[in-house]
Structure formats: structure tokens, C-alpha cells
Design a protein around this ligand. Sequence first.
Ligand SMILES: Nc1ncnc2c1ncn2[C@@H]1O[C@H](COP(=O)(O)OP(=O)(O)OP(=O)(O)O)[C@@H](O)[C@H]1O
Length: 658
Amino acid sequence: MARPRPPSDDPRPGGEPAPGAASPPGGETVLPELDDSDWLHHATAFAHTSFRAVARRLPRLVREAVGLAWATNRRDTVASIGLNVAAGVLTTFGLLATTSVLRELFAAGPTPDRVRAALPALLVAAGAVSARGGLTIAAGWAQARLTPQINYQVELRLFEATTAVDLAAFDDAGFAEEMDRARDRGMAEAAWIVDHTVNLVTGVVGMVATAVAVTVIQPLLLPCLLLAAVPQAITAIRMARREYLAMLARINRRRRMWMLAHLMANRHTAAEVRSYQMRDFLLTEYRTVMAVETRAHLRLVRAQTGTRVTGAAIAGLATFGVYAVLGALLLSGMVALAAAATALLALQSARTSLGVAVVATNSLYEDALYYQDYRDFLTRARDRVTPGGGRAAAGFDTITLDRASLRYPDTDRPAVDRVSLTVRRGQVIALVGENGSGKTTLAKLIAGLYRPTDGVIRWDGVDTRELDPHSTAAHVAVMTQDWWKFPFTAGQNIRIGRHDRGPDRPGPSVREAARAAAADEMIDGLPYGYDTLLAREFRDGQDLSGGQWQRLVAARGLYRDAALLICDEPSAALDARAEHALFGHLRRRPDRAVVLITHRLANVRHADRIFVMDAGRLVEAGSHDELMAAGGLYRELFDLQASGYLARAPHPDDTVPC
Ligand SMILES: Nc1ncnc2c1ncn2[C@@H]1O[C@H](COP(=O)(O)OP(=O)(O)OP(=O)(O)O)[C@@H](O)[C@H]1O
């Protein structure tokens, strides 16, 4: 069965309203209709697959699940399947021993003699039942042991893949969607398919064990057993299918309720919900959807009860038929009374086993579809790891871009278009240009985060494709424009800049880096100083202001102490004092090259070289004075910004149309 999943913290694309979607018929809600969620796409396919088709694919699915369990832990795999089979054998023994007990008890003679005669068989039956119970518990233990081991293994494999792929893979919409599917659903199904397989084996073994016992007792009883079990199987399949289809029909409403619930009980939305007084709006929406959902749920409960009644009636009739056949066999002397009584016990056992097998088959098939997503993703992720060259990079004197271009997937034109430039150790260079002109993309190319889709990047004349990417990355630090609030302590937030720094590697201490980024005093002011956890979700966790976070990001970049330091808008959220302090530390150093991106052009005046980008092209290059003298785009942008600081600067409203 599909397990509906609450939405994650980040609203995923699948959870957002479809653009331009119309209100659903029936006017249930004023919110737009939800698009189908990507994690539902197999659910619809499964709903239209017949049980027979499902059963046909079983052998392959079972092989796959056993292979997965085997790869995780052989001993527990053998135990969970082997012990279940052994328990099945004991079921047969138990039933046969029960027949012997009953035969002795139903024999002629005084009661004490009959009980005495039945005693050995009784002991065997009791032993078989106890041993069976023990084996079932042991099998359950092995099965339960497998679950976490499989979960951790598949999680680890997924994250090993997601952290190894090239950054460019994340720009590919198809890749991102497959990753979401693999992570959100596929990964969780791995342990389930093993679980369902073991249940299936248990159910089938139970049925076979019962059938063997019945055949030994009296082969004629076997068709009776099947006759009685079939209605039960059909009812189980129908109920499972009905519940599934109902779940599918209701799933969008459930998702809408999750979304609304998420908006109403969330730290991040709390302020806006209050400032816009959205409470009544949200509650009314929730009540409206909830009313429809409750009605649908009650309809399902009624329909399921109807199916159960019909199934029970048919099963009752079948049981009645079995009793009639048994009666006839008894009367004709073809079956002994003891065998008939055992057959009734066997009937009960076969029904239970059949129910387990049917549910396991359904679930195994559906969950295997999602697990396949996970496997497909791992294969795709393997293809997205660019093989690096074997040469280790010891550092660089120059990094040269030779007509380097980068085109993001599914875009018409390159974000960086045939750019040639050189970054030299010991220099500070600046990338400037208007929004969207390609500065960040160019910086990521220089940093090696992206490989050019055209052109070449060389470190000291060596094509970077020949270099080991891990060794080049070790010489680069990037203070990104869109940094993440890592939920670690303040100290850790800086130290992760180079978490594996050995004692022999020189570089600033955490405190020195923090001081250079004007973050030291701010961190000392936190309740636990550098040990303050910066995540409100945790006990004693704190949050910082945007500017305070940016100081930490800067400190992390400085702590990394790399030969190439790329600073993408490092001071966008900093106050004047912090900005002044930071730029004091981004000055020229003989062992380092700094690539600076900023819209505050006053900060690039002293750069050795300024590169001006426009629509992905490098349009101007030179020192501040050279570019000012050239009177091009740089000068225009600089003058515009400078005019804001002049006492008699013209105000936009001063412009009166003629
Ligand atoms: N991951 C991406 N996928 C597709 N297009 C992208 C991606 N990142 C950026 N772009 C596009 O590439 C172009 C250059 O973006 P880039 O971020 O490099 O510009 P920028 O000069 O740094 O802009 P800003 O000054 O606003 O930071 C823009 O048109 C942008 O929409």
C-alpha cells in the first residue's frame, strides 16, 4: 500500500500549484488545484495493473529483494528465510501430530486409556507448536535486524552518490527530480521490499505446509482447503485495491491539508501569517478541505465494510460447502473424524497464510516500482561524476581561461560566452557587471565548480581536465553569494572551511579568521560563545541576523586559507564597519589570488585588474583608472553609484518629462 507522506520543510515543485490551474469542480476550495506529485507517478500505474500481472513479475522481484538483503547481511538473510521455512515444516508436523492426538482421543475405550494413548502424539504436537513459535520469533528477530541495516546501507549509497556528482548535475531538472524521487520514496522502499518478500515466503510456506499436512492426512481434503481459501484471497485483494484507489482519489486533498497544516504550524511562516492576519483564511480553507476529506473517508469505510460483508458471506458459504463435503466424506467413511477435525484447523491456518501472501504480493510489487527509481538514480548519478585526470595539482601561479563558455542545461544562450582571462597568484581581480551578466557563473568556472562546456581552463598551462579535481579543489575557497545556514556551532561553522586541517598545515586559527571577518566579538556575545549551536530547531539553539551569518561565512572562507579565494558579494549584508574590516583582509598577498565579485564598486577600485561582464561576454578589462578613462560600461556603473553619495546628486524624481 502507498504510505502517504507528509510534505518536507521545503515545498517541493510537485507540491506547488500548477501554473494557471483552475479551481477544482465542486468548489471545494478557493486555492488552485494541485499538480500531481512526482512521488505519485507509479501509484497510478500500479492502480491499473491486474493482480495477475503483479503475480507474474513476482519471481524477479523476489530475486531482487533477496539479492539486496544478501548484499546487506548474509547471516540475517539466511536466518529470516530459513527459520520461516523451518517453522513451516513444523506446522506440517504439528498438524500431523494433532491428527494422531485426535485419532487416539476419538478411539473407542475408557477415557484415561485414550488420553494415555494420545500422550506421545500430544507431546510431539506441543513440541512442534512451541518450536514453531520459537522459530517464528527468531525469524522475526532476523527480519527486524535486516530492516535498519538495509535502510542505512541504501541511505549511505544514496548520499555517497549525491555528494560525488558534479555540481552541474543539480542544474539538470531531470536529475534533480530523479534525486527527489530516489530520496523521498525509493530509498525508504528498500527495506520494505525485503520485508514484503519475507512475508510472502512466510505466507507461501505456511500454505504449502498446510497443504502437505492435509494431503498426508487425506488427499481428498486438499480441494476443500483451496475451495475455502479462494474467497478469502479474492476479498483480501479487492479490499486492498479499493483502499488503494480511494487513497489515490483522495491524495491531492490530503496533500492540500498537509500544506495548510504546514503553514499554520511552522516557525518560518508564523510571522507572516500573523502580520497578514491569515489565520481565518487558512482555517476556513482547512475546514473546507477537511469536510470533503472526512466524507470521502467515511464513504471508503462504508464501502470496505460492504466488501468485507460480501467476502465474509461468500467465505461463509464456501466454509459451509467444505463442511458439507467433509460431512459427506465422514458419512461415507472415506475420512476419519480425527482427520476431519484437523482439516478444520488446517483451514484456519491456510487462510491466515494466504492473507499474508496476498497482501505481501501487492505491496512488494508497488514498492519495487519505487525502489527501481532509487536504483535508476544511482546508475544515473554514477554517470554524472566527471572522471578527473590523474595529475595532482600542487598549486598555481596562473589560472588561464581560454575562450571558456558555460551553457546551463535547457537554456538558449551561454551564461558565460567565450571568456579569456588570467588570474595570477598575488593579485586581486574583480568581476563586475549588471545582474545576470554571468559573474557568479564565471567565478564558479574559475573555482572549478563547473567545467566549461566549451573552451579550456589551465592551471600553469596544464588543462584542468588532466588534473585530479580533489587536488585542485583543495587550493580553492569560495565565499558563495547564496550560503547555507549550517546547523552547527559557531566554531564548527568556521572550522568546516577546512575540517581536515592537519597540525602541520599553517593557517589562521578559528578565532583569527573570525576576527578578520569582524565576527569574533559577535560570537563571544552569544550565550555559549563559539560553542553556541546556530539552529533554532535544537535545544539552546540560536539564530543570527543576515549580516552576522555573512560574517561567519567570510570567516569560514578565510579559515580555509586557500591559494585562490573567491568572494561572491561577500559584504552584501555587512554594515559599513564589518565591510571595512573584511576588505582590509582581502588585500593582496603574495601566496594568494583573490577573485572579488561585488556591486559596490568602491570596493574594487584597488583591484589589480577589473573584468567587466555583460550578457555573458567579457566586455572590458583593466585597472580602475584605465576603465574610468575608457568611459565604457564600468564608468557608467561607477558614476551612477558614486552620484548617490554626492551632496547634490540628482534624484530620480527630479527628472521632469518635457
Ligand atoms: N543554475 C542555473 N541554471 C540556469 N541558468 C542559470 C543558473 N544560474 C544562473 N543562471 C542564469 O545565468 C545567467 C548568469 O547568472 P549569474 O548568476 O552568473 O549572474 P550574475 O552576474 O552573478 O548576477 P547577479 O549580479 O544578480 O548575482 C543569468 O541569466 C541566470 O539566469
